[in-house]
Design a protein. Sequence first.
Length: 180
Amino acid sequence: MSLLMGESSHTIERSTLQGQKLPIDLRLGYPAQLLANRPDVMRAEYNLMNAFELTNAAKAQFYPTLKLTGTGGVQSVDIDHLFSVNSLFANIVGGLAQPILNRRTIKTNYDVSLANKETAYLNFRKTVLTAGKEVSDAIRVFSVQDSFIELKQKELDAYKNQLTIPRNWSTTVWPTTLKY
C-alpha cells in the first residue's frame, strides 16, 4: 500500500472491517495523474524541466547581448581610453560580436544541451513507465491475493465438510483378490 501511495515503506495501522467505510463503486486502476505524486516521477519531471530550460539558455547565447553597467562610459570620455576593457564602446562591440566569434563553441554547447534534454526525456519516460508497471503489478498482486484467500476459504470449507460426513467402515467392501 505504501508503494501505491508513493511513500517509503512503513507499517500501516489496520482497523476492523466493520469500522471502515468503503465506497460502493470500487474501480480497479490507477490514474496516470496520481503517478505524478511519486517522488521518482517528480524527480524525473524536474530533471526534464531543468534540461529544457538549459537548452533555452544555450539557444539564447546565439543572440547578441548588450550589458548596461554603472561604469560603462566613464572611461570612454577620453580618446585614449576608448578601447579599454571598461569602455562603453568595448562593451557594445564585445556583446554584439560575441556570437559571431564564438559560434562554434555556442553551437557545441547547444548540441550538448539538446542531447541532455533528450536523455532527460528518455529517463522521464522510463521512470513513468516503470512507476506504472510497479503500480499495475501491485494492483495485480492485490487482486490475486483476494482470489487466493477465496480459494483457501473454499478449501477450508471442503475440509470441514469432509470431517462431518459420517463414515461407516463396516459396510466398506474390500476386494479379496487383486488382479493385475
